[in-house]
Ligand binder design. Structure first.
Ligand code: IPM
Ligand code: MG
Length: 362
């Protein structure tokens, strides 16, 4: 089969990890007889430098014409001035919104061989296999008004947490469907004791649960959820939540797996059906202090490619080939700096990518 993929390496370690992920993709193409045509574009700080905007119309149009998007990471100190008119992150948010990617899937799985590289007790994190479904194009990130202005008493600012019923329904639908395909437990995370938006969210979740009698729905307040995630994380299956809550909880949840460098993500434009348009990116940032040193862990981006094959191209065997290759590499003791522990073999970005490629080819 043939697929067109937009590749947006971005800034910092983005280009390095994307290069390895592309090599893995090409290896899958060779082994399984698919053609992946890559279309490179600029996003984030590099796009600001090139054209003064973090997301050009050209990049957005190119992504729309492709079957999926692979993204590295954006941002860096060079573009961090709080007074700046454009920020690299605006490009990422504009792309999510512009492509209608409302469902962000962030799986967190604790691997037995990495239990020693986390800061939590082995008995707490053993068996963790959860999936956060984060709403990605609404809520506090996008609500209007969103502005700062001057008043005689000082500066004033507003952000808005807004959702329509349809927006809440479609993200909850993704949560229910994915829970149904897994261990059938859905935790809907909100702040219904304070926020009006959360009260509607909770109500809609309860209404929809009658369509999913096989899925056990649980409501949890976001603060309690933050606690529970480090207290008894193995009890979670699928969590579904508002944009900003999801942002915060997924950084927390990533620590269960030992490093942000391990966690992939998919941002989908519909209910997952194997052929859903999506953008795939590691959950980590551009890590400017590690950039250009062949240090960064490429696994999160490589696993994002596996998610692309699974959710946008309906290529399950190919996705598993990547996942098996990466597991075999870790089992043989190879590590990048962020997951290094005693007695293991430390590799750079390229070497880790190369070993995974070799295992896919063999
Ligand atoms: C993420 C990141 C982004 C977000 C930033 C870079 C805008 O933290 O993907 O989790 O907040 O969504
Ligand atoms: Mg984040």
């Amino acid at each position: 089969m043939e697929f067109d993929i937009a590749v947006l390496p971005g800034d910092g370690i983005g280009p390095e990890v994307t290069t390895e992920a592309v090599k893995v993709l090409q290896a899958v193409g060779e082994r399984f007889g698919h053609r992946f045509d890559l279309h490179k574009g600029l996003l984030g700080g590099c796009a600001i430098d090139a054209s003064g905007t973090a997301l050009s119309q050209e990049t957005l149009d190119m992504c729309k014409q492709c079957d999926a998007v692979l993204l590295g990471a954006v941002g860096g100190p060079k573009w961090d001035d709080p007074q700046a008119k454009v920020r690299p992150e605006d490009g990422l948010l504009g792309l999510r919104k512009g492509l209608g990617l409302f469902a962000n899937l962030r799986p967190v799985k604790v691997l037995p061989m990495l239990v020693d590289s986390t800061s939590l007790k082995p008995e707490v994190i053993k068996g963790v296999d959860l999936l956060v479904v984060r709403e990605l194009t609404g809520g506090l990130y996008f609500g209007q008004p969103k502005e700062q202005w001057q008043t005689p008493q000082g500066r004033q600012v507003v952000d808005t947490l807004a959702y329509s019923e349809a927006e809440i329904q479609r993200i909850l639908r993704v949560g229910f469907e994915l829970a149904r395909a897994r261990r059938k437990k859905l935790t809907s995370v909100d702040k219904a004791n304070v926020l009006e938006s959360s009260r509607l969210w909770r109500q809609i979740a309860t209404e929809m649960s009658t369509d999913y009698p096989d899925v056990e729905l649980q409501h949890m307040l976001v603060d309690a959820c933050a606690m529970r995630l480090i207290q008894r994380p193995a009890e979670f299956d699928v969590l579904v939540t508002e944009n900003m809550f999801g942002d915060i909880l997924t950084d927390e949840a990533s620590m269960l797996a030992g490093s942000m460098g391990m966690l992939p993500s998919a941002s989908l434009a519909g209910i997952p059906n194997g052929r859903t348009f999506g953008m795939y990116e590691p959950i980590h940032g551009s890590a400017p202090s590690r950039a250009g040193q062949n240090l960064a862990n490429p696994i999160a981006t490589i696993l994002s490619v596996a998610m692309m094959l699974r959710y946008s191209f309906e290529l399950e065997a190919e996705a598993q080939a990547i996942e098996n290759a990466f597991l075999a590499t870790l089992e043989q003791g190879y590590r990048t700096y962020d997951i290094m522990s005693e007695g293991k073999i430390k590799l750079g970005t390229k070497e880790m990518g190369e070993l995974i490629v070799q295992r896919i080819k063999s």
